[in-house]
Design a protein around this ligand. Structure first.
Ligand code: ADP
Ligand code: F6P
Length: 321
């Protein structure tokens, strides 16, 4: 394979730049021409495709976000537009495409492979950790650490005022960020979309904690678990402590990638180049039990869902008492 392209799509995630850099450098080292596609599928459609020089890659490893820019492109669900986008690659002789994004981006990549024979490789770039076929996604670890920093700060003020603070974290319909943040941040309660949540039970736990002398409660609420302001309202009716909500929002998506995210991004990107070098495609790369693996791209939504969120939720529940 002589020419490949790289794009980032969907929500940005810290570590995407490390993946771009590793894939491009290794592919160039192996004698391939590497193209960058700006703004994900939108740029592919609008022909925003450029030959990537070494200078583009310089210094990006430590930067959050994505140097290739990212976008959402609703037109890509229409085969007519996918055909135009595919033609923009083919005209340049580009045979392979590395797509760094979440499962929505993987759907687009899967269709490009099936309809237009492009050798696509999916790299899991999302803070949500919601992709089957990899234990962790690129960006999750950095995001988790950002949340932990926020928890520490919120705990200081929660204790001083003896308040209950609900912290809404991102994750779309996955509770991974909330569960991991609760466990690692010593959270006192947890609401996630994967289990049925009971405000009644949460209120009971808060009262129990206060009866045993605790001065604050930090409750992690996954955004997919429901409207935090509704939850706050219902909780206020059941407890006597002062309840406040904090929506962490997009601060969770930024920041320099952690060492862990840079390393997993690099390892996955190197595998992507290896697969393309062998003339193969149609796969996603992941790391399972420490080992680099590939799966057909559709495994990301057809594979067996990870159980560990529920297992860790149960542990967090014990620790919250
Ligand atoms: P993520 O990749 O982070 O899950 P999105 O779900 O927003 O983010 O998807 C990113 C982009 O992938 C969309 O804007 C669209 O261009 C493309 N995409 C998503 N779903 C599909 C689909 N079913 N078919 C084709 N393209 C899709
Ligand atoms: O998929 C990443 C993510 O940050 C989700 O956690 C969140 O639900 C969504 O993207 C937010 O998207 P936007 O940046 O379009 O508001």
């Amino acid at each position: 394979m002589k020419r490949i392209a790289i794009l980032t799509s969907g929500g940005d995630a810290p570590g995407m730049n490390a993946a771009i850099r590793a894939a491009a450098k290794m592919a160039q080292y192996k004698g391939m021409e590497v193209y960058g596609v700006k703004r994900g599928y939108h740029g592919m459609l609008m022909d925003e495709i450029f030959l990537m020089e070494g200078s583009f890659l310089s210094g990006i490893i430590e930067r959050g976000g994505t140097a290739l820019l990212t976008a959402r492109c609703p037109e890509f669900k229409d085969p007519k537009y996918r055909a135009i986008a595919a033609e923009n690659l083919k005209r340049r002789g580009i045979e392979g495409l590395i797509v760094i994004g979440g499962d929505g981006s993987y759907h687009g990549a899967d269709l490009l492979a099936k309809e237009h024979g492009i050798k696509v490789i999916g790299l899991p770039g999302t803070i949500d950790n919601d992709i089957i076929g990899t234990d962790f996604t690129i960006g999750f670890d950095t995001c988790l650490n950002t949340i932990l920093d926020a928890i520490s700060k919120l705990r200081d003020t929660a204790t001083s005022h003896e308040r209950t603070i609900l912290i809404e974290v991102m994750g779309r319909s996955a509770g991974d960020l909330a569960v991991h943040a609760c466990l690692a941040g010593g959270g006192d309660g947890l609401l996630i979309p994967e289990v049925e949540n009971s405000i009644e039970m949460l209120a009971f736990q808060i009262k129990q904690r206060r009866n045993t002398g605790r001065l604050h409660d930090i409750i992690l609420v996954a955004e997919g678990a429901g409207d935090i302001l509704e939850i706050e309202k219902k909780l206020k009716e059941k407890v006597s402590t002062e309840v406040r909500s904090v929506i962490l929002g997009h601060v969770q998506r930024g920041g320099a990638p952690s060492g862990r995210d840079r390393i997993i991004a690099t390892r996955m990107a190197l595998k992507a180049v290896e697969v393309l070098e062998n003339g193969e495609g149609g796969v996603m790369v992941g790391i399972e039990n420490g080992t680099i693996v590939t799966h057909p791209i559709s495994y990301a939504w057809e594979g067996e869902k990870k159980q560990d969120v529920i297992d860790l939720y149960r542990v967090a529940d014990v620790f919250s008492r």
